[in-house]
Design a protein around this ligand. Structure first.
Ligand code: DON
Length: 305
């Protein structure tokens, strides 16, 4: 398949959507992104790479980080993890509080904010004050890139404005579903969200999920086959919050979005993908990113269905 040409076609066809969508402003630093940025990267299991647009430009991964923390928490806790966080779609926005009160502080899944904060708390119980460094090291390992780091300005921007996340973590603490000090856990969570990566690095970091849990280059096992299946399943059913059904319908791949404008996707047994465009739809997912992935699976037939 001529992926270079397909990426060019996608870039042409998305141009008309640049008037749509909105930059997020609840984290002030994210409102400073360049609205016209677009990048898309593909990397196959045998290491062939295809890129278009600003694929070297780093942006904050935000909720894409939830894939890595879920992977780490599942590795350590196995089924026990599901006593603290579920694996069902929520049907609610990523930062919603209502369901959490009805369901006694147990978040529906690890990809909504409340669920991701619980997985970060689980990692804090294991790693203590090294939790953020262990998360970062894991991301560096699956991306095979030791230069990856977080952005302190974005971290501080969210720390000063993340009022809903403070509400979520305090509500869960009241139900004893947060075991470590609230301030430590929320800071680790905001730091993981402020990790900066480009589409090339993010696409590569998805390869273990496309390859039954194994790094295709070093052949080392990142996570076992069964857990890799679970992570992909949750990306498909919960990776885009209350637009997860719509994303599955349009794109048909496991995927995870971030409010920084990135979306990662996995083509099982074939490739990792990442697309970046910072303006978001009303569900907080990249509007053009979703469109680009829809065009990709339509043109290539590479959806899982
Ligand atoms: O916690 C937050 O609200 C952000 N740091 C991350 C949310 C996010 O990325 C939602 N994704 N589309």
């Amino acid at each position: 398949m001529d992926f270079n040409n397909i990426l060019k076609e996608i870039q042409d066809e998305i141009q008309k959507y640049f008037t749509r969508g909105k930059l997020p402003d609840y984290i002030p630093m994210l409102a400073q992104a360049d609205e016209n940025d677009f990048a898309m990267s593909l990397i196959t299991l045998d290491g062939e790479e295809f890129n278009i647009g600003c694929s070297d430009k780093k942006f904050s991964i935000q909720s894409i980080s939830k894939v890595y923390t879920f992977t780490l928490a599942l590795e350590h806790y196995s089924k026990q993890l599901y006593t603290r966080v579920g694996h069902e779609p929520s049907g609610d926005p990523f930062n919603s509080l209502v369901q959490l009160e009805y369901e006694s502080g147990i978040p529906r899944n690890p990809f909504i904010n409340a669920g991701a904060i619980v997985t970060t708390d689980c990692l804090s119980s294991i790693y203590g004050e090294n939790a953020f460094n262990e998360i970062l090291n894991f991301i560096r390992k699956v991306s095979n890139d030791t230069t990856i780091a977080n952005d302190e300005e974005i971290f501080t921007s969210e720390l000063g404005h993340g009022f809903r996340n403070f509400a979520l973590i305090n509500l869960m603490k009241s139900y004893s579903n947060i075991k470590n000090p609230v301030d430590d856990v929320i800071q680790t969570y905001f730091k993981q969200c402020s990790i900066m990566m480009n589409t090339k690095q993010l696409a590569k970091s998805m390869l273990f999920l496309a390859n039954h849990g194994k790094d295709p280059f070093s052949k080392s096992t990142i996570i076992n086959v069964s857990k890799a299946k679970r992570i992909n399943s949750l990306m498909l059913t919960c990776g885009h919050y209350d637009a997860s059904g719509d994303f599955a319908y349009r794109v048909g791949l496991p995927g995870k979005s971030g409010v920084g404008g990135g979306i990662v996707a996995v083509v099982p047994k074939k490739m990792g993908i990442c697309v970046y465009s910072p303006k978001l739809n009303k569900h907080g997912n990249s509007l053009i990113g979703t469109k680009a992935l829809e065009l990709f699976t339509t043109k290539t037939g590479l959806s899982i269905f």
